[in-house]
Design a binder for this molecule. Sequence first.
Ligand SMILES: C[S@@+](CC[C@H](N)C(=O)[O-])C[C@H]1O[C@@H](n2cnc3c(N)ncnc32)[C@H](O)[C@@H]1O
Length: 248
Amino acid sequence: MAAPEAPSTARMIDHWLGGRHHRPVDVAAASAFEAAYGPSAAIFRSLRGFLGRAVRAIAAEGVDSFLVFGAGVPTCGNVHEVAPDATVLYTDVDPETVRLGQRLLAGSDRVGYGYGDATDIGTLDPALLHRFVPGWGRRPVGVVFLGLAAFLDDDTLARTLDELYEAVAPGSWLAIDFDGEELAGHPEALAMMGPAFRMRAPERFAPLLGRWRPTVEGVVPVARWRPVGEPERVPDAFHGALAQRPAG
Ligand SMILES: C[S@@+](CC[C@H](N)C(=O)[O-])C[C@H]1O[C@@H](n2cnc3c(N)ncnc32)[C@H](O)[C@@H]1O
């Protein structure tokens, strides 16, 4: 008998964002989560809004290539859609998500999708890296690290961010988020996130950035990071920052 199909967090997010690349098993898992927590689409749309504002801010600094970790489904306002003149390499550890991303982006000479474990830059395919993030290590780039920190313990996250800092050229940028403590009041929903899931208070997260220098906004709920107009009225489930390896 075939193993039962498992839901994917990436495709559940696609469902919440109103995308088209998810399956009934993902919708069922999203509905079960919402039964335990409450409506979630607005929260994920707000996080995607933060991605858009952070990526546009990086592009406005003259950066024209992006490396995306834990990318999930590359649609619904993802990086190449908000920075249409940039080249983008999306990466993820989940082989099915990588295959889906490759299918969706097939034929693009500007945007690629490959396997990559965020905790080990050495797992990135050098050919893809040099094709879609040209000048890696020599020119400033944008690194997008969203939806990932919650699944890494403090030591792993701090080491990973430090290795990334060392690998990128001065002047590069990091867009990052982490899960606050919103789910602490919803134990059933928290249990659904699995044993590796970590919530963090902002004061616990900030030191993990190490040498990365946050912009003046600091580490804030994502809806309040350079909002355009009134920030969305959503629970502070995700906090985030835009940080830089200073130039020169
Ligand atoms: C919660 S989803 C976030 C997807 C997307 N970044 C977003 O914000 O919509 C987390 C994604 O990270 C991937 N992932 C988990 N651990 C990873 C790791 N160590 N390196 C790279 N990707 C990872 C998962 O496969 C999944 O697609």
